[in-house]
Design a protein around this ligand. Sequence first.
Ligand code: AMP
Length: 277
Amino acid sequence: MLTFTTKTALRAWRTSLGGSLGLVPTMGALHAGHLSLLAAARRQNTRVAVSLFVNPLQFGPHEDFARYPRDLAADRRLLESSGCDALFAPSVDEMIPPGCATTVDVGPLALPLEGQRRPGHFRGVATIVTKLLAIARPDRAYFGEKDAQQLAVIQRLVSDLDLPVQVCPCPVVRESDGLAMSSRNAYLTADERAAAPVLWRAMEEASRVWAGGERRGDRLEHAMRAVLDAQPLARTDYAVAVDPTTLEPIDRAHGPVRLLLAVFLGGTRLIDTRLLG
Ligand code: AMP
């Protein structure tokens, strides 16, 4: 596996390549969720690159940028053994040199839910993803459905800016008890970890109600809330049923519905999602 820390070196490698390139953007602390994106990229491309950049632009001033888990040596070993061709691990100054002033704003999709709780978050994500796509020039880029609003934002930006890349969504990878894999799961205490599958159970309950024919958004949300409220360690930030494309609340569903949850367990905020229908 080649490792690049500069944009110039990655660009030179890209220019030298024949065939297609798949890119998997990550913030590191890699787990099986990330590796599933890498595996999908390997199946569909001649070469695969993973970027590892803890993007300061997407963290709010009181968020966990400083303590976000970082273990480059472990990540390198995982990527080597998973068939990654190139790792791009730039410094903050390399990605965002002093004077860098342009940002990418995707409009209404970035405003509700995560965007409301984390002002500027999606501007930070969209700006860095746009730069990664411009530097690596992949044919395909892989993103997890776990971060469903992020995925919608990136699909919007690639479409609106006519970027020459195919966005490839990948399903959520879970622990055996249903908890979605996340680098932030490392923050959970033993008690919080034991309580964390409550997100999964809330979505199971909404799915059960949906399978019984319920199509009203508020009823689906109520089904999730009932499960979440019964777990004393969980504090629900939001648990909503939305239109899968616009992420707007639905009154009554006439097609598929996306469940989106953000739940605090202690100081750790977990998100999860499921598509109904
Ligand atoms: P992150 O390092 O958390 O920024 O995630 C990098 C990419 O991996 C994003 O596209 C995430 O949506 C995706 N990802 C993270 N966790 C999972 C998971 N459990 N299953 C599938 N994809 C995931």
